[in-house]
Design a protein around this ligand. Structure first.
Ligand code: DGT
Ligand code: CA
Ligand code: CA
Ligand code: ZN
Length: 573
């Protein structure tokens, strides 16, 4: 049964939160959190690993007990312990704990002091100014909570691209497996690689039409069949994600793929170009009266309209039509262009694997280099490195590098930018590194001008090379901090610093619009995984997705270069 890793991770996360509210043993709480994180960072689906007979307890952070629980969830789609706990503690408490600035301890306090169990009760308590009377809450928290509740109410659920992919890939394989189905592709925002998707739009052509829809609605993971027709059906998966399936004639495959890939605003443009030639473009083809001009392939449709082929990632009506007409489309960067990865963690801080495993895996992935950038000591909870521990790591890196002739570990550090803009490491030690990744992890709610100055001050230090996850946002979880990104980019450009596209599926930071802004200013970017395990090194392609949406070409990306060339570029003097 295809339960996505992220779904299991969410169950564990919710369980950990409820345990914490319940005052359970912190080690137990942490075990579930760690397992959730391992699952989130796992590139293969845990369920398919189980099906292949693999032993999940070999994954770090997952013991036999947790491996059994994952197996049980995979079989039943349910997590019994969570359901039992929810008999005693209202599940809605976990929802409240997830609000920014609250957390499990404060939920317990609210529950005891005011009997607040649900979001609507919390909202009422905040509106009645009763919250501020509880220890640890003030008028400001009250307002923050009200803002957040209002924001959530106005938002339909959108799924992170990587989560959608974990649900889409097995479904697509299932469809392609059917002997009557010839072609099957996912169109829509998914094909455009948008950072979140609202629903999946699948197109198929078939030899035996009648069987297609039966096969589709018989899929294991279906929670509800919303509509079932002869050419179109809609289902809802257990995660809540909806999927549209359309059966289209092969002769119009390209036109349908174009139409349902969108975006709508792009389609409006292409339809107008057709109309100006007195033609008609729709999901069945491109027509001159009754005569079909094109429609079998997308390439054919673009060509007939006098346009170069536009990659799906660019189809957002952000100038791509004009570029396609004038032959000025960018040669988009691909994952094969990347020569290495410039940000990752090992066990020395909060990563899961050791240096050697990270190195071996990166080399097997075809990387020529991997920068080891554990946290600096300001990140105490993440096991940040002191100067002494960093120097030990540098020696271990030298040792390992002696064993490679086609690969190199780069010496780096993810240095915390302190609240006053200083870097959290002795300058002499920083000078011993190949590069320095700098980032903000605390005081996220500074006013915009202060946060901007903090970042620019960090870049004033000639040792700063790359600013990691520059806006700090977490998709669907945390907004970016207040920041004048344009000023930051200008400052980076003046100083010979760079910014990052962090490829963690929950970060994608910079996002596509910001990355495009950088490109237009002439600022190059790193695409890095920020991997916290060897398997996390597979996430580069999610960074590439957003880079392509931002029109980035190989030259715009730092790590398309060999290490000697990159080294020259990083040199700030
Ligand atoms: P989503 O699902 O919110 O992430 O975004 P999309 O882009 O996948 O949008 P969706 O699922 O509503 O529709 C899929 C594609 O179908 C959309 O990108 C363009 C096309 N489409 C849907 N409705 C219309 C329409 O009314 N006019 C035109 N021209 N195209 C449409
Ligand atoms: Ca869609
Ligand atoms: Ca749709
Ligand atoms: Zn990091």
């Amino acid at each position: 049964m295809p339960v996505a890793n992220t779904e299991i991770a969410e169950l564990f996360e919710r369980y950990a939160t409820l345990l914490e509210i319940d005052g359970a043993n912190p080690f137990r709480v942490r075990a579930y959190r760690n397992a959730a994180r391992t699952l989130e960072n796992l590139p293969q689906s845990a369920v398919s690993m189980l099906e292949a007979g693999e032993d999940l307890s070999e994954l770090s952070g997952i013991g036999e007990d947790l491996a059994d629980k994952i197996g049980a969830i995979a079989r039943s789609g349910r997590f019994d312990e969570l359901e039992e706990l929810q008999d005693d503690l209202p599940a809605s408490l976990a929802e409240i704990a997830a609000l920014p600035g609250i957390g499990p301890k404060r939920v317990a306090r609210l529950y005891e002091a005011l009997g607040v169990e649900r979001l609507d009760e919390l909202e009422k308590a905040a509106k009645d100014e009763r919250l501020r009377k509880v220890e640890g809450f003030g008028a400001r928290t009250e307002q923050k909570i009200l803002d957040e509740i209002a924001r959530r109410a106005g938002r339909q659920k959108r799924y992170r691209l990587a989560s959608a992919e974990q649900m889409a890939a097995p479904l697509l394989a299932y469809l392609r497996d059917h002997p009557g189905i010839k072609e099957a592709e996912i169109a829509g925002s998914y094909r455009r690689r948008k950072e979140t998707v609202g629903d999946l739009d699948i197109l198929v052509t078939a030899a035996r039409d009648a069987e297609v829809m039966e096969h589709f609605v018989a899929y294991d993971d279906v929670e509800a069949v919303i509509a079932k027709g002869s050419t179109r059906s809609t289902i809802r998966l257990r995660s809540g994600l909806e999927v549209d399936l359309r059966l289209v004639p092969a002769v119009g495959w390209g036109a349908a793929l174009h139409y349902f890939t969108g975006a709508k605003a792009h389609n409006v443009q292409t339809r107008q170009i057709a109309a100006a030639k007195h033609w008609k473009l729709n999901e069945y083809g491109l027509f001159d009266g009754d005569e079909r001009i094109a429609g079998k392939t997308e390439e054919e449709v673009y060509q007939a309209l006098g346009l170069a082929y536009v990659e799906p990632e660019l189809r957002e009506d952000r100038g791509e039509i004009e570029a396609a007409r004038d032959g000025k489309l960018p040669e988009l960067v691909t994952v094969e262009d990347l020569k290495g990865d410039l940000h990752c963690h090992t066990r020395a801080s909060d990563g899961r694997d050791d240096l050697e495993t990270m190195a071996r895996t990166a080399r097997e992935r075809g990387h020529a280099y991997l920068a080891i950038s554990d946290h600096s000591q300001h990140m105490r909870l993440a096991g940040g490195l002191s100067a002494k521990r960093l120097r030990e790591q540098l020696r271990a890196i030298d040792e390992l590098n002696r064993g490679f002739d086609d690969f190199r570990l780069l010496k780096a550090l993810e240095v915390d930018i302190l609240e006053d803009g200083r870097l959290d490491m002795d300058p002499d030690v920083l000078n011993e590194l190949d590069l320095r990744i700098c980032s903000i992890h605390d005081a996220l709610d500074l006013p915009g001008d202060k946060q901007t100055e903090r970042l620019i001050k960090a870049m004033d230090d000639p040792r700063c090379n790359v600013v990691a996850h520059p806006t700090g946002r977490l998709i669907n979880k945390r907004d970016p901090y207040r920041l004048d990104l344009e000023r930051v980019m200008e400052a980076a450009l003046e100083r010979g610093c760079f910014l990052e596209i962090n490829a963690q599926p929950q970060r994608l930071d910079l996002n596509d619009r910001h990355a495009r802004m950088a490109k237009e200013m002439g600022l190059k970017l790193a695409i890095s995984t920020d991997a916290h395990s060897a398997s996390g090194l597979a996430f580069l392609r999610f960074g590439i997705d957003q880079a392509r949406r931002a029109r980035l070409e190989p030259d715009d990306v730092l790590n398309t270069r060999s290490w000697p060339d990159l080294q020259k570029l990083l040199c700030r003097n």
